[in-house]
Design a binder for this molecule. Structure first.
Ligand SMILES: Cc1ncc(COP(=O)(O)O)c(C=O)c1O
Length: 302
């Protein structure tokens, strides 16, 4: 069995050595695409980001990504310094500079900018925001279903650092992932503050029980765009779907489990804490949802 892997594994693509990266309005070769050591994002994880995918010349669910980005920026009181059209123009400029048409992934990051001095107070960031767009050729390639391990790191309450925020600082998720790796898994399954199964450190999480699709209530996890699309597709196609609390007992007993995210769409889960889920391979409901999602992408990005 293949050993180490991650949910964001992609085919090797030599073209990614020569990409142009957007840094504050300039398109720079990879080696020269740098930010200041005084940048709020580098120094403190003070920023927000989006991951987007390009299919057939179109950025999938662009409106939803822009809504989430601007909402997150408002929540952390960060002025992006341009409107939606400006951000979309920057994305398209980066796409053009890289001559990308399909199967590309963008990480669009906005931080509070360069600080005057190396301390926390946000008022020290006076230069305006830093915006970076990394766009890579990207075809997900997972050699086997994902192995998950539950970890002690929880999805916190919204009054600490709301886990809905796509903030640069992902330390809680990274610690969760490290713990999962040390337990021999690929990614962490995280519980909420009440002990219900919530999400993984980098994707949303679903189980299938007796033909029904279950996911968490949506509290304590990222409001994943793929998550919402899967829920909507199930509803439209007559697959029973529930956003509800459920435990590890329900999860270990599931016939299928899968992750959702912009990068991997729907990623099958083979085992959790050493328990094989279903057959350990992708199950029929996950296959059906994958096909529905593929159809949605084809319609969205025609
Ligand atoms: C913690 C976490 N959960 C879930 C997701 C998936 O969200 P989406 O479907 O919008 O890509 C992400 C992606 O950024 C994430 O960081």
């Amino acid at each position: 069995m293949t050993d180490k892997m991650s949910t964001h594994q992609a085919e090797e693509d030599a073209r990614n050595e020569d990409i142009r990266i957007y840094v504050d309005g300039e398109l720079k070769p990879r080696a020269q695409a740098t930010v200041s050591v005084y940048d709020s994002g580098f120094m403190l994880g003070d920023g927000v980001w989006e991951g987007l995918r390009l299919y057939n010349g179109s950025w999938a669910f662009l409106d939803e990504h822009m809504d989430r980005l601007f909402e997150a920026a408002r929540a952390i009181d960060l002025d992006i310094g341009m409107d939606r059209d400006g951000v979309i123009a920057a994305l398209r400029e980066t796409q053009r500079a890289n001559d990308m048409q399909t199967d590309a992934h963008a990480r669009l990051m906005v931080t509070r900018g360069v600080k005057m001095r190396p301390f926390q107070h946000p008022s020290l960031s006076r230069s305006g925001p830093t915006m970076v767009i990394i766009m890579e050729h990207s075809r997900p390639q997972l050699p086997r279903p994902i192995r998950l391990a539950t970890v002690p790191h929880l999805r916190g309450l919204p009054m600490t650092q709301d886990p809905k925020l796509n903030s640069h600082s992902k330390l809680n998720c990274i610690l969760a992932c490290i713990a999962a790796e040390k337990a021999g898994a690929d990614e962490a399954l995280m519980l909420d503050v009440n002990g219900f199964v919530n999400t993984t450190n980098a994707c949303n999480f679903f189980i299938v029980r007796k033909g029904e699709v279950w996911t968490s209530t949506g509290d304590y996890c990222m409001n994943g765009i793929t998550r919402q699309k899967v829920i909507d597709l199930c509803r439209a196609d007559g697959i029973p779907v529930h956003e509800r609390n459920y435990s590890l007992v329900d999860t270990y007993g599931a016939q299928e489990a899968f992750l959702t995210g912009t990068f991997g769409a729907q990623t099958p889960v083979g085992s959790i804490d050493g328990r094989v889920i279903g057959t350990g391979e992708i199950g029929p409901v996950t296959e059906r949802i994958r096909a529905l999602y593929k159809g949605l992408i084809e319609r969205e990005c025609a």
